[in-house]
Design a protein around this ligand. Structure first.
Ligand SMILES: C[S@@+](CC[C@H](N)C(=O)[O-])C[C@H]1O[C@@H](n2cnc3c(N)ncnc32)[C@H](O)[C@@H]1O
Length: 273
């Protein structure tokens, strides 16, 4: 599939998710709508109630990440933070509180409907140190060396050109700047057809990176101090309904997939010079 085609599929999927939230129907959009919802093992129970209590309900409802990068990244007052693929804006609004009035939180998203939802959530939250930018994470519309921290929540796995995303992240970070993202990562080799089915269940349109591949790509982009920390490991049982629907014998493939897909917190640093 061509990169543009993948991007169009992703954009359409998240446009529909944003419209569902705006219509008050909840956001669940990755994988099959029937098996994903309140009990979605990937996007549910990511934030504590305390963390999100003050955010607009629509920001919580639009949460489609697979981790909590703002809790894991060490954000300091006054910092400039960029969220790649900011969706309904939940992580940007949480970041804005952490960096305070002297800091700034940018959200970047390519989907107009998500941007409209995020800007409405910003208005409801009364956040003044926030800006949502339209654009693609493969071509970040910010100057080089302008950002202290890049966060992202389950978006890099959606990109068909991950090298480009990591190169762009490196470019916009200041020397010594940090990358601190949640993403879906695969551990070890998995047969292609099975891998593809599990990825579709997770919602990885373009495919998730294998852990060592991720580390190598970050190093090639120029990053140092690379770390990949699992935050949630997926069991084959979580995906039973979906995989059976794809014609796979779940008992037979279990040894090849069980525990090999995970949400992970990926950290790296741009050298100080
Ligand atoms: C899985 S959702 C995550 C949204 C948000 N980070 C969250 O945690 O709720 C993916 C978001 O990334 C955006 N996105 C996906 N690929 C993108 C790309 N290549 N450039 C910009 N935005 C992208 C989609 O429009 C969507 O809003």
């Amino acid at each position: 599939m061509a990169d543009r085609e993948i991007k169009d599929i992703v954009m359409d999927k998240y446009a529909r998710a944003a419209l569902r939230v705006i219509a008050g129907e909840g956001s669940s959009c990755c994988g099959t709508a029937s098996s994903r919802g309140e009990c979605d093992p990937i996007t549910s129970r990511i934030y504590t109630e305390g963390e999100t209590a003050e955010l607009p309900a629509e920001a919580r409802a639009a949460s489609l990440g697979c981790g909590n990068p703002t809790a894991l990244a060490e954000l300091a007052p006054g910092e400039t933070v960029l969220d790649l693929g900011s969706g309904g804006g939940i992580d940007v609004l949480l970041t804005a509180k952490r960096v305070g009035p002297t800091g700034w939180a940018y959200g970047l998203d390519m989907t107009d409907e998500m941007l409209a939802l995020a800007r409405e959530n910003q208005r409801k939250a009364g956040a003044t140190n926030v800006e949502f930018l339209k654009g693609e994470i493969e071509q970040i519309p910010l100057p080089s060396g302008s950002v202290d921290v890049i966060i992202s929540n389950c978006v890099i796995n959606l990109s068909a050109d991950k090298d480009r995303v990591l190169a762009e992240a490196f470019r916009v970070l200041k020397p010594g700047g940090r990358l601190a993202v949640s993403d879906v990562v695969v551990r070890g080799p998995i047969p292609a057809q099975i891998r593809r089915s599990v990825e579709l269940w997770i919602g990885c349109v373009a495919g998730a990176l294998e852990e060592q591949e991720y580390r190598d790509k970050l190093a090639r982009a120029g990053f140092e101090a690379v770390d990949v920390e699992p935050t949630r490991i997926y069991r084959v049982e979580d995906a039973r309904e979906f995989l059976e629907g794809a014609g796979l014998d779940v008992a037979a493939i279990a040894p090849q997939v069980d525990g090999k897909f995970m949400s992970a917190f990926v950290r790296a640093r741009k050298p100080a010079r």
